[in-house]
Design a binder for this molecule. Sequence first.
Ligand code: SF4
Ligand code: FES
Length: 238
Amino acid sequence: MSKTFTLDGKEIPFEDGQTVIQAALDAGAYIPHLCHHPEFPPSGSCKLCTVKIDGRQTASCTRRAEAGMTVESDTQELNDERRSLTQMLFVEGNHFCPSCEKSGDCQLQATAYQLHMLTPHYDHFFPNRPVDASHPDYLLEFNRCILCSLCVRASRDVDGKNVFALGGRGIGTHLTVNAASHRLADTDFSADDMAAKVCPVGVILKKRVGFAVPIGQRTFDKKPAADYVDSRLPAKED
Ligand code: SF4
Ligand code: FES
């Protein structure tokens, strides 16, 4: 019999070496997450996946599963904290969803709905980072970046190109393009790259295809974040 732990009272089987979130998602149990991707090593930056294990808070994407653990996730305390973290992400960037091409297909927005976030609550930072429209087929809207590092990991570990990096410190941390000019056009980034498909929000955008999917048929119109636990993988057909 495989090893198990309990998550909100439900038995979750796991393989040795799996993290708590991997085992939970594999078992169909949703733990909110933004920087976790099933194909990449964890980054542990968003903290939305924080759970309580035997009474202590920890990120479930970096914590290895152990037999007999008691994990709490879907509690008011943790969901209130997740909502606050999500609100912080919203005010740190310019998330004007009504004019964003990723609205309805955005993991951040879907997670906010999932957590019943009604307002940003905090004061907006209103960053003013220039858009990079230099590439013929892709656009970078840096003011929506949540620093999940998925594009960095995808470009480095899958595409072998190192197109993206996170630079700066503290609130000045930002996504940057690894070219002397910092322009996407001056890299070998292409539409076939994993990095072109992995952004959970509206930063890395394919040109000339925005707003093509009717409202009602977008990814998260059909399924809320909790029913789309592998949402970082290419969208599945029903
Ligand atoms: S551009 Fe997208 S994938 Fe890359 S760090 Fe920002 S939010 Fe994450
Ligand atoms: S999913 Fe665990 S910290 Fe982001």
